[in-house]
Ligand binder design. Sequence first.
Ligand SMILES: NC(=O)c1ccc[n+]([C@@H]2O[C@H](COP(=O)([O-])OP(=O)(O)OC[C@H]3O[C@@H](n4cnc5c(N)ncnc54)[C@H](O)[C@@H]3O)[C@@H](O)[C@H]2O)c1
Length: 256
Amino acid sequence: MRLSGNSVIVTGGAGGLGEATCRALAAAGAAVVVADVADDKGKALADDLGGNATYVKVDVSEPEDITAAIAAAQERGPLRAAVTAHGGYVLAGRIVKKDNSPLELQGFRDTLEPYLTGTYNVMRLAAAAMAASEPEGESGRGVIVTTASIAGYEGQIGQVPYAAAKGGVIAMTLTAARDLAPMGIRVLTIAPGTFFTPAFGMPEEQATEHFGQGIPFPKRMGRPAEYGHLVESMIANDYLNGEVIRIDGAHRFGPR
Ligand SMILES: NC(=O)c1ccc[n+]([C@@H]2O[C@H](COP(=O)([O-])OP(=O)(O)OC[C@H]3O[C@@H](n4cnc5c(N)ncnc54)[C@H](O)[C@@H]3O)[C@@H](O)[C@H]2O)c1
């Protein structure tokens, strides 16, 4: 799928992996909608990317917000890619606590809301907009790239809500690709290992010390630009569909 002259939306576009994605796709010539709830960071990024990028406040739970972001994208060119890279609330804790009480229910629902339901919300609305467009020749009408996590395969102790959400994103990939195939829309997912982003709330050296040591090779955390590069190549490669790609330096999470 060609990026130049077409438009894309990136949810969580002001965050670590999202910003790198916006930068990679803008450099490839796409008009980028930075879709996030972080107004200051989102506007600053759009300004930095120049005339072909814009910020739209988007909470992935709100259909109207997503629709507005799609409309802003379509003003700049046909919408050919939607990338979900947003964060959200995560309930952490063992499913039964030390005092034998069960982990709460509402926090589980609150974790699924952005990570799973929000991803579905973006997917359905972006795909509907793409389905109504003229195809880009053999490349079809568009590409959806969602973000899971290797925790969706091997969740660690205390990660049941997050692993459930990310496992759901993984499970949607092939199913949605099958649903959307008649419309010429591809669906792909990235399962990142441990990437250094603001979400870690500490300097890179310290984060690498904590989280980089168990990674086989390269023995460091992932760099957001490596994620952005993968998104760009997944969009560009028309034969890639219905697949989840791990990007993790061969890392497999242990129980803790
Ligand atoms: N960083 C990692 O190591 C890693 C590993 C595996 C998976 N992931 C996944 O990648 C995605 C991005 O992670 P990150 O590290 O870049 O996080 P981040 O915290 O740097 O960025 C997340 C962005 O999402 C935005 N956001 C939060 N709630 C939102 C909502 N309801 N609607 C729209 N935007 C919202 C935030 O404002 C922020 O800009 C997440 O889904 C995360 O689970 C990250």
